[in-house]
Write a protein that binds this ligand. Structure first.
Ligand code: IPM
Ligand code: MN
Length: 372
């Protein structure tokens, strides 16, 4: 029995999670295990009503679960950053889900915008660090007097703008990226483990040519971890260059490991390469704790309640969830079901089909039940 928390969240979140649950329930029937779903009312509606983002009660409840299935958050009525930081990032940090695993895989039947690339060419894993870097939330904005304490900023102002930074007129903002040896070690080690069981190549993405302190440390750790994996080929790439290679030569990549913010950016590019955000799943993983699985797209508020959103990224995230719970056969059957729905054209409008969100879920569930 697996106890799984369901957080529908905002916008299309509840609909896609509902389609995902239908599929996961079918997989559990076919492969003889049970999922005990626990619903959590977390998201913008509750926030607007009560001012609560994540309560102690939510956390205690989630802590009794084996895994979390997460829809989406984001609502035009709430200032950007509140829900993202107060819910999604808060969960990733609280459960120390230090790996953000994002497979970039072109399924059969899916159109990639890259000319002449096939499913054989586009099949790699991005392992994004998920708790450090510019996401640690250290930063500030201020004016005038307080600024005096920061000699470096004062110099910058006078050298660059020829103005006196002590006057109250100027405003300064900063945000600090933070990398720790332990934090990078554990995620890089995970990436090497995955590479070792795949095609034995691990690429580091960073910007050590400019941000040489934090990403210098990252590189040092990458090099030292790599010594334990003599069979895995390694390479260093800069984040700007890697955006070119993802487009030009996706077949070069096997496992890509990257600090948090670059990982955020390059996985949106990866999503396009694999056929669109509608097909991009992600797992926030703590190998020794509670992991959380979600589509990497947002809440698409304008499609809320219309039953037209593409549920495939969420269903795929469900496959990652099952794999993480050790239900490998079920996970593979769910992915196969997704591929069958695409090949059969039983998909939503964004993929050229005419199906609703729920009907895609029902169809894949039926395929899985019959063992097709
Ligand atoms: C993602 C999202 C989040 C992130 C936001 C919503 C906080 O863009 O999961 O990629 O930046 O990690
Ligand atoms: Mn993102």
């Amino acid at each position: 029995m697996h106890r799984v928390a369901a957080i529908g969240g905002d916008g299309i979140g509840p609909e896609i999670i509902s389609a995902g649950r239908t599929v996961l329930d079918a997989a559990s029937e076919r492969f003889n295990f049970a999922i005990d779903w626990v619903d959590f009312d977390i998201g913008s509606e509750r926030y607007l009503k009560t001012g609560e983002l994540l309560t102690d009660e939510d956390i205690t409840g989630l802590e009794t679960c084996d895994s979390i299935y997460f829809g989406a958050i984001g609502d035009d009525r709430v200032r950007p950053g509140i829900l993202e930081k107060g819910i999604l990032l808060a969960l990733r940090f609280h459960f120390d889900q230090y790996i953000n695993l994002r497979p970039i895989q072109l399924l059969h039947g899916v159109q990639t915008p890259l000319a002449n690339k096939t499913p054989d060419d586009i099949n790699f894993l991005v392992v994004r660090e998920n708790t450090e870097d510019f996401y640690v939330g250290i930063g500030s904005r201020f004016r005038g007097a307080e600024k005096r304490s920061l000699e470096v900023i004062r110099n910058l102002y006078s050298v660059k703008f020829g103005v006196d930074a002590e006057s109250d007129a100027e405003e300064v903002a900063y945000q600090i990226g933070l990398i720790t040896r332990e934090g990078s070690e554990r995620v890089i080690r995970y990436a090497f483990e995955r590479a070792n069981e795949r095609n034995k190549k691990c690429s580091s993405v960073d910007k050590a040519n400019v941000l040489s302190d934090i990403y210098g440390l990252w590189r040092e750790v990458f090099t030292s971890v790599s010594k334990g994996y003599p069979d895995v080929e390694t390479e260093f790439t800069f984040v700007d260059a890697v955006t070119m290679w993802f487009v030009k030569n996706p077949e070069w990549f096997d496992v890509v490991v990257t600090p948090n913010m670059f990982g955020d950016i390059i996985t949106d590019l990866g999503a396009m390469v694999q056929g669109g955000l509608g097909l991009a799943p992600g797992g926030n993983i703590n190998p020794d704790g509670i992991s959380m699985f979600e589509p990497i797209h947002g809440s698409a508020p304008k499609y809320k309640g219309m039953n037209i959103a593409n549920p495939l990224a969420t269903i795929w995230a469900g496959s990652l969830l099952l794999e993480n719970l050790g239900e490998k056969e079920a996970a593979a059957a769910v992915l196969k079901g997704i591929e069958s729905s695409i090949l059969a054209g039983h998909v939503t409008k964004d993929m050229g089909g005419a199906q609703s969100t729920s009907s895609v879920g029902d169809w894949i569930a039926a395929q899985i039940r019959t063992g097709a």
